[in-house]
Ligand binder design. Structure first.
Ligand SMILES: Nc1ncnc2c1ncn2[C@@H]1O[C@H](COP(=O)(O)OP(=O)(O)OP(=O)(O)O)[C@@H](O)[C@H]1O
Length: 535
């Protein structure tokens, strides 16, 4: 009322402010508030806000341990921890905490913590299975009373990326501590190993991963041990399964009369560019080695791969620098699937960019042939010398002549700035997976037998018996079977898989895969980037 009254008066601002500040109501208000503020401060300053703990009982034993009560809300997910029992004392411990699981995310349970109670019940004298059953039965909140481990190891885990070179199924492994916590994987899967603190059981996630929670997988040493045990437990005929697959069929026997006669058919020369590496002898040499499987006639490679040595291959993300040489592109596929047809088409589309490697042979050059074009024609002694010095990616003997693809022939193409595209037998894959060639392996897979029948009406299968001939029903079945075996033995090395159905579409697919290999980041063996040993 007083302020209202003042404002209605005809006075200036300074006077108004002065009279306001001197107003008795304001003066008394300020006096009260300031006093209250000062007295509140004094009260707070004197107060002791530390919690008041009950006094420690006099009769507490000296060795009484600190306990931790841990409450977790289950929410339909696994606890993400395994437990174990001390065989002598019978005490129950947290054996491991699974990375990214409920227990791990809570940060309250650690490997080595001793569990004394679960949901208010003592676990004293219980078997781990009984404890687990109790945990499984409880809904909602889980309450643990634990004695925390005193010296918790510092977590200095580094993440490791590997490609699985073997299959693993926790459900079929009686030795896994907890099958539900295990993670299955197949050859070729990419794994992110998040924890290697246990020498036997690692924790990993499969990439690309949607789950935050890791799973248990055997460590390198453990998996190697398991594989050895499995290997020795197999009967002799299974160990030699691969050889029996390469057994000779009657029709595969070489017809001595007709083989060399048709060489020329495969040495097309387009616009002055030789399509090398398509010659009949070379292809039949390979075919024969596959069919016989005999050590005398095999298409050899030096560096055979043994998954027993290396169940996981460490990999890193790699992208070719545009200034670097191109990666070698190697096609593999069952005989007759169309590997050569695709390679030939790719080179024809752009011979300036793509090129095959010129193979070596000890056979005599024909009048129209020139060394370095169809083949490098060399004598037997030199060929053997190159074999001795490991200069071949693969080689073999056919009709008393040697044929092979040399490392240098591939390097010549790569050094010229082109993309070298070759086809190899799957057992030669390891010889091209090197730091120097950084091969990108494309697996060419046959479509279904029905689609093969439809698309291969005018196609010709290269035979070493009589002439090339149209495909028969059994060729498709054999190809399907060969593809199945090839995939099961070598799929871990395939960087890309394409189905050769319609030719045009397949060419587009191949072109895309080759571009990906050169221009996009890929997982490659870590040894290529940090080379240790080069063959
Ligand atoms: N997608 C396709 N559609 C139709 N015909 C095809 C297709 N791919 C390949 N062919 C034909 O199939 C036949 C066999 O192909 P190709 O000679 O390339 O086989 P390959 O995989 O190289 O086998 P090998 O190494 O035993 O000679 C050829 O006549 C080829 O033209």
């Amino acid at each position: 009322e007083e302020v209202k009254h003042s404002i209605n008066k005809e006075i200036n601002g300074a006077e108004l402010l002065y009279s306001l500040l001197n107003a008795p109501w304001l003066k008394s208000l300020l006096k009260v508030s300031l006093g209250a503020l000062i007295s509140t401060h004094d009260m707070v300053a004197q107060k002791d806000y530390d919690p008041v703990l009950p006094p420690i009982p006099d009769n507490l034993p000296d060795d009484e341990e600190a306990m931790r009560i841990v409450c977790l809300v289950k929410n339909k997910q696994q606890l993400g921890a395994t437990i174990k029992r001390n065989g002598i004392t019978g005490e129950i411990f947290v054996a491991r905490v699974i990375h990214g699981g409920l227990a791990d995310r809570s940060g309250l349970l650690h490997a080595g913590d001793r569990i004394t109670e679960v949901n208010g019940y003592s676990v004293n004298g219980l078997e781990p299975e009984q404890v687990i059953e109790r945990l499984a039965r409880s809904q909602g909140t889980l309450m643990f009373k634990v004695v925390p481990i005193t010296d918790r190891p510092v977590n200095n885990q580094t993440i490791l990326y590997v490609r699985a070179m073997a299959d693993y199924s926790p459900q079929q492994d009686p030795a896994i501590p907890c099958a539900e916590a295990g993670m299955d994987f197949r050859k070729g899967d990419l794994l992110e190993i998040v924890d290697q603190s246990d020498s036997l059981w690692w924790q990993a996630k499969k990439l690309p991963s949607t789950s935050a929670c890791a799973g248990l997988i055997p460590s390198t040493n453990l998996l190697r041990r398991k594989q050895k045990e499995f290997w020795w437990s197999q009967p002799y005929h299974i160990l030699h399964h691969c050889l029996s697959y390469f057994a000779l069929s009657e029709e595969d026997l070489i017809d001595e009369k007709c083989v060399e006669a048709e060489e020329g058919e495969f040495s097309t020369n387009i616009e002055g560019i030789y399509l090398t590496g398509f010659r009949r002898s070379l292809r039949l040499c390979r075919r024969q080695s596959l069919n016989t499987g005999s050590s005398q006639q095999s298409f050899y490679t030096r560096s055979g791969y043994n998954a027993l040595n290396n169940p996981y291959e460490e990999v890193v993300r790699y992208q070719r620098n545009p200034q670097d040489k191109h990666r070698l592109v190697a096609l593999v596929g069952p005989s007759g699937v169309g590997v050569n047809e695709l390679r030939r088409r790719l080179i024809k589309i752009n011979p300036v960019t793509f090129q095959g490697a010129v193979p070596h042979t000890t056979r005599a050059a024909r009048s129209y042939e020139e060394s370095g074009k169809e083949y490098h024609f060399i004598n037997r002694e030199l060929f053997e010398n190159m074999v001795y010095n490991n200069r071949f990616l693969e080689y073999g003997e056919y009709k008393d002549n040697f044929y092979g693809t040399s490392r240098d022939a591939v390097k010549d193409v790569l050094n010229s700035g082109r993309i070298c595209v070759i086809d190899i037998e799957p057992h030669a894959i390891q010889s091209v997976r090197t730091h120097e060639l950084k091969a990108y392996i494309i697996y060419v897979k046959p479509p279904t037998a029905e689609r093969m029948k439809e698309t291969r009406k005018d196609a010709q299968i290269t035979t070493n018996y009589y002439d090339n001939r149209p495909f028969k029903e059994e060729d498709f079945q054999e190809m399907e079977e060969a593809a199945r075996k090839m995939e099961s033995h070598y799929c871990q090395f395939f960087d890309s898989v394409m189905v050769n159905d319609g030719l045009q579409d397949s060419c587009v697919q191949l072109l895309r895969a080759v571009r990906r290999a050169q221009d996009e980041p890929q997982w490659v063996p870590a040894s290529w980037i940090r080379p240790t040993e080069e063959f």
